[in-house]
Design a protein around this ligand. Structure first.
Ligand SMILES: C[S@@+](CC[C@H](N)C(=O)[O-])C[C@H]1O[C@@H](n2cnc3c(N)ncnc32)[C@H](O)[C@@H]1O
Length: 262
């Protein structure tokens, strides 16, 4: 196991709210990726860091033969309740329990940045993909383009200092930096695009509970207490409150589709 042991402690604590309230906020990005990939026609797809399986479920509906892998058992429980049509595996992005060159597509939505060694995790994706296989790497875009950045910035003072050699949380996102990262694992970029994702919550309670299920907030609450983290989260939510009582966070993500370097 690489970083999975540490990561699953964090993501497991608020798994229900993540599954019910937060993960579905990314549906427009999931559907965008499925459109770019075209019909599945029962080709094989691994969603690495699949969380509670919202993307996996949609991929099955688009005709893919889907495996989902995640480090967090509580999220996998939620995923298995969503669908029995996906083979959900507990495991580590850095050591995939999958035969070499056996898959057509590997997707990772906000997952690879949590691997202790991103390059090793991407090299594993490269190993399990067929020669014509595609990697879909989705991560945060420019921090200045995302309201969720404000929430993360409010969490930083509660979190331990990041080690000097840790990669920045919101990087890489430029085409050059992503190209360098995926290139180190043997991929070349076929398509790079910046998209917006609108996280629209029913009301302030919905938004606060959803944002408190994010890994940084869960970690912060375990260190300084839930009350303090809730107050900081409420400030951010208040700034994004609309006249109709709903809460809107507009965020930027990059979708990068890669192929194996010939
Ligand atoms: C931000 S969540 C994203 C979940 C899902 N892909 C989505 O779009 O909502 C990060 C996910 O990565 C998983 N994760 C983090 N590090 C991992 C690792 N080393 N191996 C496997 N899964 C990991 C966490 O358990 C969590 O489900």
């Amino acid at each position: 196991m690489g970083s999975a042991i540490y990561q699953r402690e964090i993501w497991g604590l608020a798994a229900r709210d993540w599954a019910d309230l937060q993960e579905p906020m990314m549906i427009s990005v999931y559907d965008d990726v499925l459109r770019r990939l075209g019909p599945g026609n029962m080709r094989s797809l691994l969603d690495a860091g699949c969380g509670s399986g919202v993307f996996c479920t949609r991929a099955v509906d688009h005709g893919w033969n889907v495996t989902g892998l995640d480090a967090t058992p509580q999220l996998l429980d939620r995923a298995r309740r969503r669908t029995s049509a996906v083979n959900f595996l507990e495991g580590d992005l850095e050591v995939l329990p999958i035969t070499s060159q056996s898959l057509d597509v590997v997707t990772g939505f906000n997952a690879y940045q949590y691997a202790g060694d991103q390059r090793a995790a991407l090299a594993e994706a490269h190993r399990v993909l067929s020669e014509e296989g595609q990697l879909v790497f989705v991560t945060w875009g420019d921090p200045a383009g995302s309201d969720a950045t404000r929430h993360y910035e409010r969490m930083i003072p509660f979190l331990p200092p990041r080690p000097a050699d840790a990669p920045p949380v919101y990087a890489p996102w430029t085409k050059e930096d992503v190209g360098e990262l995926v290139g180190s694992a043997g991929f070349v970029i076929q398509d790079y695009d910046v998209v917006q994702s609108h996280w629209l919550y029913r009301n302030t309670d919905h938004a606060v509970r959803a944002l408190l299920s994010m890994g940084s907030a869960v970690r912060a609450a375990s260190l300084v207490g839930l009350d303090i983290v809730t107050e900081a989260t409420k400030d951010v939510v208040h700034d994004c409150l609309r006249a109709d009582g709903r809460v809107l966070l507009t965020n930027e993500f990059v979708i990068v589709i890669c192929t194996k370097r010939p």
